[in-house]
Design a protein around this ligand. Structure first.
Ligand SMILES: Cc1cc2nc3c(=O)[nH]c(=O)nc-3n(C[C@H](O)[C@H](O)[C@H](O)COP(=O)(O)OP(=O)(O)OC[C@H]3O[C@@H](n4cnc5c(N)ncnc54)[C@H](O)[C@@H]3O)c2cc1C
Length: 461
């Protein structure tokens, strides 16, 4: 008999939620985490960034509240307290994960784990056996081979930037994806001069082009350099760095910085825990899995960032749940359609303003051969949005549908509460609603979510 029913490598969202689901079904589970429960998301990702962004938003609101009849004088921020708030939030949530695992009867090992073979894992040098193994080792930041970037104290990744002791005066962000944009917005709100250098012609490549352009224009205090390739970073004696890049026209340009954030993406952590030695299939995106999170090895599953199927915490949760469901009762899991559908995973950007979306962009829908119909409405259609932002506040919803079937293919939103609202659109995609179905859904009034309903009605038949 094996020591455990399931051993899980990695205590981030994918690993810890799978552990809880399995524990609640009375399976004997060992969750192995080498750093801190909660993984990237709770410790150095989703949660600390949102804590800092919340402080930045409060600071920005306090400075711009006169039009709402509220005058705040002496508005200032205290970076030490901003960081203390972040640490307090992270600490409480990490402790909460520990408590949840305990409640679920999950044993936690704070140690490094390695896969030896299917059903065999080495934990802190000791061999343990299990009927199933779930790999949930997550991802790490990519450091591209840009001359002058490696071992440069003025070049940090997201984890380094989260921990800075003060707000840099000039921040250069390399990469205009979610992480780059959130940090740019955050530090711009705290008064830093921020430049984002992006290789592609637009930021946020997963967002519909029209709305990505609107988002970029709405991000005040941030200068974007699009279609630009960074070629080197050199430090000066005065303690600053010069980022050299080639602009869209091929000319060499320079950006001066007190700190440089390298935010060009993350890669799955597939080394250092025995993947190759155990014979696990690893592709260019990460550990290869099918839609039920099965790897090529018997009873070895992989979930979350390490699979490269989606680099989002809620996708990791879902993958963890799918693997757990198939381990608990494979027949029921198949019958209930427990499989990963990446097309319906929403995404969100918590910048100022916020943005979110789910499903295809207009360009992707066309590439897939859809005869596309779209509608874009300003969020000024929402009374609540106008009450809080004015009619000119940055906000819009774009809905993308198939002309023939009238199925909703994508919803992309810019504006306040978009991340809180988008799950409704995700449900529409998940349940394959048509525009006509969506038009029959009653939305609460006044809410920003009504923008989605207005977009459905704005499609011309
Ligand atoms: C700055 C930043 C902001 C982000 N913001 C968001 C957001 O707002 N929303 C969102 O959805 N996503 C966000 N993400 C992405 C999110 O953090 C990840 O998608 C999510 O954490 C992936 O979960 P995971 O369980 O796959 O891996 P991880 O959270 O990376 O957890 C993996 C865990 O495995 C452990 N581990 C690795 N190898 C071993 C081993 N051999 N033995 C034992 N333990 C091991 C690691 O220590 C780690 O704790 C953000 C990421 C970053 C960097």
């Amino acid at each position: 008999m094996a020591d455990y029913d399931v051993i899980i490598l990695g205590g981030g969202p994918g690993g810890y939620l799978a552990a809880e689901r399995l524990g609640h079904r009375k399976l004997k589970v060992l969750l192995v985490e080498q750093e801190s429960l909660g993984g990237t998301c709770l410790n150095v990702g989703c949660i600390p960034t949102k804590s800092l962004l919340n402080s930045a938003k409060l600071y920005a609101h306090a400075q711009h509240s006169e039009q709402f009849g509220v005058t705040a004088t002496g508005v200032a921020y205290d970076w030490t307290q901003v960081q203390a708030w972040k640490a307090d939030v992270v600490g409480k949530l990490v402790a909460g994960v520990g408590a949840s695992e305990k409640r679920a009867g999950v044993e936690v090992a704070h140690a490094h784990g390695s896969l030896v073979a299917p059903g065999v894992v080495e934990v802190a040098g000791e061999r343990k056996t299990a009927d199933h193994v779930i790999i949930a080792t997550g991802s790490v930041p990519v450091l591209p081979p840009i001359p002058g970037a490696a071992d440069n104290p003025l070049v940090v990744d997201s984890t380094g930037l989260l921990a800075v002791e003060s707000v840099p005066q000039r921040l250069v962000v390399i990469g205009g994806g979610v992480i780059g944009v959130e940090f740019a917005s955050l530090f711009a709100a705290f008064g830093a001069q921020v430049e984002v250098i992006e290789m592609l012609p637009e930021i946020l490549p997963f967002m519909d082009d029209d709305l990505a352009a609107r988002t970029r224009k709405a991000l005040t205090g941030v200068t974007f350099r699009l279609g630009c390739r960074v070629t080197g970073i050199a430090n000066s004696e005065d303690g600053s760095a010069t980022v050299v890049y080639t602009d869209a026209k091929g000319a060499e340009q320079r950006a001066e910085a007190d700190l440089v954030l390298m935010a060009v993406g993350r890669r799955p952590l597939v080394q250092g825990w025995g993947a190759e030695e155990a014979g696990l299939e690893v592709g260019p995106r990460g550990v290869v899995v099918d839609d039920t999170m099965r790897t090529n090895l018997p009873n070895v599953w992989a979930v979350g960032d390490v699979t490269g199927r989606s680099l989002l915490a809620h996708a990791a949760y879902r993958m963890g749940e799918i693997a757990a469901a198939h381990i608990i009762d494979p027949v029921a899991a198949r019958r209930n359609g427990q499989r990963l559908r990446t097309d319906t995973i929403p995404w969100a950007v918590y910048s100022m303003p916020e943005a979110a979306g789910v499903g295809l962009t207009e360009a992707q829908a066309k590439e897939r051969g859809h005869d596309v119909i779209t509608a874009t409405v300003p969020l000024a259609v929402s009374g609540r949005f106008v009450a809080e932002n004015g009619v000119r506040g940055p906000g819009a919803v774009k809905l993308i549908a198939d002309r023939g079937t009238r199925a909703v293919l994508g919803v992309h939103m810019l504006g306040s509460y978009a991340p809180e609202t988008i799950w409704g659109a995700a449900t529409a995609l998940e349940t394959e609603l048509t525009i006509d179905d969506l038009r029959q859904v009653v939305f609460p009034h006044p809410t920003v979510s009504e923008g989605i309903r207005e977009a459905a009605w704005a499609i011309t038949d």
